[in-house]
Ligand binder design. Structure first.
Ligand code: X90
Length: 277
């Protein structure tokens, strides 16, 4: 097969039906313990153990060798990485692209910096899979994905930003506010690919209603939606219901966060990737 799809594990995708696909795991590190975010990770067990863990915890992005391994010997690699604004995964992947193209003359690697994560990466992967299935050329695919990502977005509702703050990826003052019982932070992936808080909301119902309102002001008009949650199926379904009230036929799917997204989104977190059409 000409194309191989590749994404780091923050996309939450373990397989892509009908296409060669390889996920590159990030890692969650707590004391001596390292959780590799691959298909064999027991996410629920990890969350339980992390709750009991008193010391520091952190995450690690894949290195260049791990990306190279995922590229295998594909003729064309179509990849998507977690935001370069918060992780070194994209930089490592780009170093792998350079090395791969030098050592495999004629082969190509496209790595998209999602400036986002989770469900927005899912949208990008689905679009890549579609274009690969249509046997579009490398250049056409790069152009189409570049255009497509101008119209995809990520918004979220989170109950806790502890792990974000702990790892220096959000202002501690913002994290402290969310720690207050019942307060949720509703925000989005900024244009620079960082966490942008938008509203402090009292209660989940308000947080999710606010999220949907912000989706519409970002241009949502019945396009595709991918919702991923951390142990909060009710929250994910509530977002779906808000959307369906306006757009009964919208293409919406719900999935569960895997290791990396669960670590940062924390229990209760809901991530929504959508197209602004
Ligand atoms: O160690 C590493 O290189 C990984 C660092 C990842 C940090 C961000 C993870 C985000 C997970 C949480 C909610 C959405 C925030 C969106 C901001 C772009 C998902």
């Amino acid at each position: 097969m000409k194309y191989r799809l590749v994404a780091d594990s923050s996309s939450n995708i373990l397989e892509v039906p009908g296409l060669a696909y390889e996920a590159v795991p990030l890692k969650i590190v707590a004391g001596e313990k390292e959780y590799v975010d691959n298909a064999s990770l027991d996410v629920e067990k990890m969350v339980t153990e992390l709750k009991a863990h008193k010391g520091k915890s952190s995450t690690a992005c894949p290195n260049t060798a791990e990306w190279l391994q995922a590229f295998g010997d594909a003729e064309v690699v179509l990849g998507v990485a977690i935001t370069s604004g918060l992780s070194g995964a994209y930089a490592a992947g780009m170093a792998a692209k350079t090395e791969y193209e030098e050592t495999h003359p004629g082969k190509r690697v496209y790595l998209c910096d999602s400036l986002s994560t989770g469900p927005e990466m899912v949208l990008i992967l689905e679009r890549m899979a579609q274009l690969a299935g249509e046997e579009k050329s490398y250049e056409e695919i790069v152009a189409e994905i570049t255009e497509y990502t101008k119209h995809t977005h990520l918004m979220f509702s989170l109950e806790s930003l502890t792990n974000f703050a702990r790892n220096g990826r959000v202002n501690p003052a913002v994290a402290a506010v969310v720690g207050v019982l019942g307060i949720r932070i509703m925000g989005k992936a900024s244009a620079a690919g960082t966490l942008e808080p938008m509203h402090k909301c009292r209660g989940e119902k308000r947080a999710l209603e606010t999220l949907y309102r912000e989706m519409k002001s970002e241009g949502y008009n019945g396009g595709k939606v991918r919702i991923y949650h951390s142990y909060n199926p009710a929250g994910a379904k509530a977002v779906e219901a808000l959307i369906r009230a306006d757009f009964p036929e919208a293409d919406i799917t719900i999935g569960q966060n895997r290791g990396l997204c669960c670590y940062y989104a924390e229990p209760g977190g809901v991530l929504v990737g959508f197209e602004d059409c």
